[in-house]
Ligand binder design. Structure first.
Ligand SMILES: *[C@@H]1O[C@H](CO)[C@@H](O)[C@H](O)[C@H]1NC(C)=O
Ligand SMILES: *[C@@H]1O[C@H](CO)[C@@H](O)[C@H](O)[C@H]1NC(C)=O
Ligand SMILES: *[C@@H]1O[C@H](CO)[C@@H](O)[C@H](O)[C@H]1NC(C)=O
Ligand SMILES: *[C@@H]1O[C@H](CO)[C@@H](O)[C@H](O)[C@H]1NC(C)=O
Ligand SMILES: *[C@@H]1O[C@H](CO)[C@@H](O)[C@H](O)[C@H]1NC(C)=O
Ligand SMILES: *[C@@H]1O[C@H](CO)[C@@H](O)[C@H](O)[C@H]1NC(C)=O
Length: 491
């Protein structure tokens, strides 16, 4: 009896230690700009992934508001390369909606009814070092690429789960958007290699999610012309002419007549907001006046892109964006600031995020280094030199899905940056049997997009009327498909 009581107390003690293992010092006790009570615990801080270099990755972890011991853990990555995952946190599916403050004052934070933390434990990670709030004391680390980023993020995961062992048994997923179409499968592949090699701790990896993801030079490069035609942005005649003049490739021409047709395509689409062809384009305050009052877009057309966003935190206006016909190729991938020779990402408003994340009290509250130490937070940085050195992602997707990992590939169907036409084509090109034939899926009693299910747990899904960053444009629909897919239910 005495022995078993002793065992019982030891068990109680161990389970207490176990359950409370999340580092107390990482707990966020107050969030500047937010007046209410947090619906779940938030943790944040740095994980040092290379001691001798002082290489530190910053994460913000939001515990599930439903059942944290049962709900999956999801790692979220934004792309760029060079963009901070606070883009996802502030503008997409984070726990708060940010309302711009008056000039010079902090934004006001309200709870986001469509936060992905409603149903999952979610880690927002700034990666690689040099991006967002992540940094290295040795600047040679800012010259990096796909493979190094994947292995560093894997190191981060192993160390993170060591600090949060109570989440090791939850199903674990990796998710991301845009250039994270490269980060996600390369990281997933590192995780699987780690599991094969018996690395500890053992991650309960189940699958991954990619939204409007960069995947393959040819599929992505050839996606634009059919997209522009299908969306009514170029004429039937021009489409026929391009097809005839450019039989090999719609993005690269060795032939003058093809090049001149592609230039005509460029002219037709060049003033659109590349991230959502229905939306106007935002201009930073310095150049905002130029665009104000631009009435080229009729109101009825603008309203096509309107959504249930509780707060339209980004106003957008008309203008130019990403260089057209420029799929990601092997070699150096220019970051946004490097392309634009300025720190602004075209058409994209980063004002609330920039003011919040560069505020001294906010940095302190979320355990981030101050601006004086690591510099200004930028939505997308030009501080890194990034090499696309992993090639096409198709071989990664094939390996992962054949091994039984679940994959959801989704596309906002009005994005012209990584158009759905490319994602639809590459998923189909795997040659997997269709097990759930193309059909509408619904949210709130309305058709929200289309889905095609393949064997090997691969699904391709579109979100109707959404731009590049789906949860930003269609938060309710995004939470719906995300929740159903994570639960393994039909979407
Ligand atoms: C830290 O980074 C350097 C340079 O990449 C590498 O040589 C070294 O092995 C790393 N140290 C650890 C502990 O990973
Ligand atoms: C959460 O899930 C666990 C495991 O299924 C269960 O034991 C627990 O009661 C649930 N907690 C809540 C608050 O529902
Ligand atoms: C930075 O890292 C490089 C590569 O590991 C190393 O050669 C160099 O000595 C380091 N610099 C400093 C200041 O530690
Ligand atoms: C360009 O390619 C098309 C299709 O292959 C061909 O018909 C045409 O003659 C070529 N034009 C030139 C200038 O080479
Ligand atoms: C895919 O799997 C094969 C066989 O296990 C392996 O040799 C190859 O390196 C893998 N490729 C990738 C990109 O993971
Ligand atoms: C994955 O797909 C296989 C067949 O392709 C099926 O047997 C299995 O149940 C699926 N797993 C999940 C979790 O959906």
């Amino acid at each position: 009896m005495a022995i078993s009581m002793g065992k019982f107390f030891l068990f109680m003690l161990l389970s207490f230690v176990f359950i409370e293992a999340a580092p107390e010092s990482a707990l966020i006790t107050q969030v500047p700009g937010f007046g209410g009570t947090l619906p779940s615990k938030h943790y944040s801080g740095y994980v040092t992934i290379n001691e001798s270099h002082g290489k530190n990755l910053f994460y913000y972890f939001v515990v599930s508001e439903r059942n944290s011991s049962e709900d999956p853990v999801v790692l979220w990555l934004n792309g760029g390369p060079g963009c901070s995952s606070f883009d996802g946190f502030v503008y997409e599916h984070g726990p708060f909606n940010f309302q711009a403050g008056k000039t010079g004052s902090l934004p006001q934070l309200h709870l986001n009814p469509y936060s992905w933390s409603k149903i999952s434990n979610i880690i927002y990670l700034d990666s690689p070092a040099g991006v967002g709030l992540s940094y290295s004391k040795n600047k040679t680390d800012y010259n990096t690429g796909d493979l190094k980023t994947a292995s560093d993020t894997h190191t981060f995961l192993l160390k993170w789960f060591e600090q949060y062992p109570e989440f090791l048994s939850n199903p674990f997923y990796i998710a991301g958007e845009s250039y994270a179409g490269v980060y996600v499968p390369t990281l997933a592949s590192e995780v699987v290699k780690g599991l094969d090699a018996g690395l500890k701790p053992i991650l309960n990896f189940k699958g991954y999610i990619v939204g409007n993801g960069v995947t393959d030079e040819e599929f992505d490069g050839n996606a634009l012309v059919p997209f522009a035609h299908g969306m009514g942005l170029i004429s039937d005649e021009l489409f026929e002419e391009v097809k005839a003049a450019c039989p090999e490739s719609y993005y690269e021409s060795s032939n003058e007549s093809c090049e001149s047709k592609l230039k005509k395509v460029d002219q037709d689409i060049s003033d659109l907001n590349i991230y959502d062809i229905l939306e106007p384009c935002y201009h930073s305050p310095q150049i905002r006046e130029i665009g104000t009052g631009n009435s080229r877009l009729p109101t009825s057309f603008r309203q096509l892109g309107e959504t249930e966003r509780p707060l339209a935190v980004r106003t957008r206006m008309f203008g130019r964006a990403w260089p057209l016909r420029a799929p990601v190729r092997d070699g150096i991938v220019p970051t946004w600031p490097q392309i634009m020779n300025s720190n602004n990402v075209p058409c994209t408003d980063d004002e609330v995020a920039t003011s919040w994340l560069n505020n001294e009290a906010v940095r302190k509250a979320i355990h981030a280094e101050q601006e004086s130490t690591i510099g200004t937070w930028e939505l997308c940085t030009g501080n890194i030199l990034f090499h696309h050195d992993a090639g096409s992602m198709i071989k990664y997707h094939r390996n992962l899905t054949i091994r039984g990992y679940r994959a959801l590939i989704f596309s906002g169907d009005h994005d012209m940056c990584v158009p759905y036409t490319g994602s639809e084509a590459w998923t189909r090109s795997l040659g997997y049997k269709v097990v759930d034939e193309w059909r509408p899926w619904t949210s709130n009693g309305q058709v929200a997009g289309y889905i095609q299910g393949y064997e090997n747990n691969l699904s391709f899904l579109t979100v109707k009327g959404s731009g590049h960053t789906v949860p930003e444009y269609k938060p309710r629909e995004a939470l719906d498909f995300y929740g159903r897919w994570l639960a393994g239910k039909p979407i």
